[in-house]
Design a protein around this ligand. Sequence first.
Ligand SMILES: CC(C)(COP(=O)(O)OP(=O)(O)OC[C@H]1O[C@@H](n2cnc3c(N)ncnc32)[C@H](O)[C@@H]1OP(=O)(O)O)[C@@H](O)C(=O)NCCC(=O)NCCS
Length: 195
Amino acid sequence: MSAVSRQVPSTIATERLVLRKFTPDDVEDRYAYQSLPEVARYLYRPPLTRQACAESIAARAGGTDWKADGDVLLLAVCRADGPGVIGEVVLTLSSAAARQTEVGWIVNPRHSGRGYATEAARAAVSLAFDRLQAHRIFARLDVLNTGSVRVCERLGMRREAHLIDNDLDGDRWGSEYVYAMLDHEFKAATALTRS
Ligand SMILES: CC(C)(COP(=O)(O)OP(=O)(O)OC[C@H]1O[C@@H](n2cnc3c(N)ncnc32)[C@H](O)[C@@H]1OP(=O)(O)O)[C@@H](O)C(=O)NCCC(=O)NCCS
């Protein structure tokens, strides 16, 4: 049994959502949002083809040991009250030795503006701190990606950096924010919410 299959429950339920591993049956739902230029706009890559959606689901079907730099945990986000996949959250172990984890999120625009991305991202952050022993979680986002900036701020992440023209998005220089949170900050915020 892999480390992650021991540590990550097969489904994570939040108030309105269920997070789980993707299956091959989810390719069309995933392609529905991953193929949209508006979704890929700030991701520094083109929209995904149907084949790329299927291949990345297949590649991650076995989960991850969450041991080595670059290990990825990709979770489908589903509404608890409806069928299908409405988005995804992804955790990437950027440094196993320093317990650094990157988090990312996507929600199908048909389901945006309802707080689902924040709810799913909060569950992913909680998973990383509580079960995957993350010390620091960070997100990198284009400064123009205002929806994502608001997700980071709702999660209580701090803006740590503003990188200027640090990447090239086609012919546009991209500038990025780095947002982050430490394990003790998350625990303190969680304790405050519960008290
Ligand atoms: C980034 C992205 C996930 C943000 O989506 P979003 O819909 O704005 O975020 P949420 O799902 O958390 O919804 C938040 C909004 O729902 C509103 N909302 C409505 N009902 C709500 C409810 N019941 N509970 C919580 N929020 C609710 C909030 O007020 C908020 O609106 P605001 O941002 O205008 O203040 C989305 O734009 C996306 O997928 N973009 C493409 C991929 C991408 O760039 N990913 C990030 C890479 S780092």
